[in-house]
Design a binder for this molecule. Structure first.
Ligand code: GLU
Length: 468
């Protein structure tokens, strides 16, 4: 096996990219990216009836949102069918596989009779050691000659050594009677041909690994390092399902979670690095290892996700947030921000990003810079404005016309007005927020004044004074 780590994500294109798949992809991506390795993508589209191009597109989109870039071309498993069949025929040539002419009825009969006799119902083909001159002119499948005794050991990095008795495995079919390869063969051949060194996937595939090992052994190929990760459960400890909420990775984009927070959260679903909860991609790449994957199923917890998302929004670059928010709006099928709005948003970002856990929350606080005059006042703002000291806005206007537009000077003006009216600045804040934003929940009055600039602030004051 080469020294370069090669991992892969191998989704079946039968639906969107779900949370479990996204986490599998992320683990493989982190493992490769942290080791200067390669992360490959293979679409397992051999099941023609269930695979759709729309599902492939949705999976690619979900991965693009999560920033899980893959190396090289996307491999279509179906397109490799010829190569899969070639390997089966090679095994046939080498006597490691055989043609089996048993019909479905004969197999069913075998099982019935084994059951009646209290024996194992695993099919034992009479053709396993039959000489070719006894072969009829009839349809056949190609079966592997599985070892009859001994054990197969899966050295799993998460589950430990998993030992399967070979007498519990039958002579699996490699090629169907129409010559098409089975899925199990396809996976092994593709992983081998793609040079995959580490297979990290859900533990629902652990049983497959034993069968896949047989093919590696028969071909004399070195098996990959296996890591079968426990599935994700809902907060109630049951397998994650629709009743627990959204399952599609991209639904989280449309709900306004930042991709960086989602990556951080998904990495923590079943993997840990000491007590670290919040970390950057760089740290995750450096720290991620198979030893940190837990043996018991992780539970999906939206509160934790939101908490991490908030921390990621707070540290993200303003320009990157601007871009990601536009992408969120598109994903949520909402109107995009105009350039002027997006410019304003970026200028205001410093006072918005500290406390928002999601983009809708951030945009709500950004209302003051996104809305244009005349502002519509919501009920709370109307009430707040009604409670303003008499003539506040008209009196402040000339003072604000001449003051330098700096935080300290603005503070001085508003504080001295409060003093003159024998009140506290806190009492003025509500009506000022209302005049500046038309809302009650906003960034601080001074941040809004600085972001909006003198002309806009005075124009909003004059609108509000006329309304009051
Ligand atoms: N196509 C399989 C799935 O979507 C994954 C197979 C594998 O990782 O080996 O569950």
């Amino acid at each position: 096996m080469s020294d370069t780590v090669v991992t892969r994500f191998a989704p079946s294109p039968t639906g969107f990219l779900h949370i479990g798949g996204a986490r599998t992809a992320l683990f493989n991506w982190l493992y490769a990216r942290g080791r200067g390795g390669k992360f490959l993508l293979r679409i397992e589209d051999t099941d023609r009836a269930r695979s759709t191009p729309e599902a492939t597109a949705a999976i690619l989109q979900g991965m693009a949102w999560l920033g899980l870039d893959h190396d090289g071309e996307v491999v279509s498993q179906f397109e490799q069918a010829g190569r899969h069949a070639e390997v089966a025929l090679q095994l046939l040539d080498q006597g490691k596989a055989y043609k089996c002419f048993s019909t479905q009825e004969e197999i069913a009969e075998f099982r019935e009779s084994a059951k009646a006799k209290g024996r194992s119902t695993l099919f034992r083909s009479p053709w396993r050691d039959a000489s070719p001159d006894t072969h009829p002119e009839a349809p056949y499948v190609v079966r592997i000659k599985a070892p009859l005794d001994g054990t197969t050991v899966i050295r799993d990095e998460v589950q430990g050594d998993v030992t399967i008795r070979n007498d519990q495995l039958d002579d699996m079919v490699l090629l169907r009677s129409d010559g098409t390869p089975v899925y199990m063969l396809a996976v092994v051949v593709d992983d081998h041909d793609m040079g995959v060194t580490h297979v990290i996937r859900g533990d629902d595939h652990l049983n497959n690994a034993a069968r896949q090992m047989m093919i590696y052994q028969a071909m004399g190929w070195e098996p990959p390092v296996w890591a079968h990760i426990p599935l994700i459960h809902g907060p109630d400890g049951k397998k994650l399902s629709k009743r627990h909420g959204a399952l599609g990775a991209q639904e989280y984009q449309a709900m306004g979670y930042p991709a960086s927070g989602m990556r951080n959260y998904l990495a923590r679903l079943g993997w840990s690095h000491g007590d670290d909860e919040f970390f950057t991609d760089e740290q995750a790449k450096e720290w991620f290892d198979l030893g940190g994957i837990g043996k018991s199923p992780a539970r999906f917890d939206v509160k934790k996700l939101e908490n991490l998302c908030g921390q990621h929004i707070a540290i993200e670059e303003d320009a990157a947030l601007r871009q990601e928010i536009q992408e969120y709006l598109a994903a949520a099928e909402l109107s995009p921000l105009t350039d002027a709005q997006a410019d304003g948003l970026e200028r205001a970002m410093y006072c918005l990003k500290d406390r928002a856990k999601t983009f809708p929350e951030l945009l709500e606080k950004a209302h003051f810079v996104l809305a244009s005059r005349p502002l519509e006042m919501d009920d709370k703002a109307q009430k707040a404005l009604a409670g303003a000291p008499e003539g506040m806005l008209t009196e402040l206007t000339p003072q604000l016309q001449s003051v330098s537009w700096e935080r300290d000077d603005l503070e001085a003006v508003l504080n001295s007005f409060a003093e003159a009216r024998e009140t506290k600045f806190g009492k003025l804040a509500g009506p000022l927020r209302a005049a500046l934003a038309g809302r009650a929940v906003t960034p601080s009055v001074f941040d809004m004044m600085l972001v909006l600039g003198r002309d806009e602030v005075l124009a909003r004051f004059s609108d509000a004074a006329a309304d009051a």
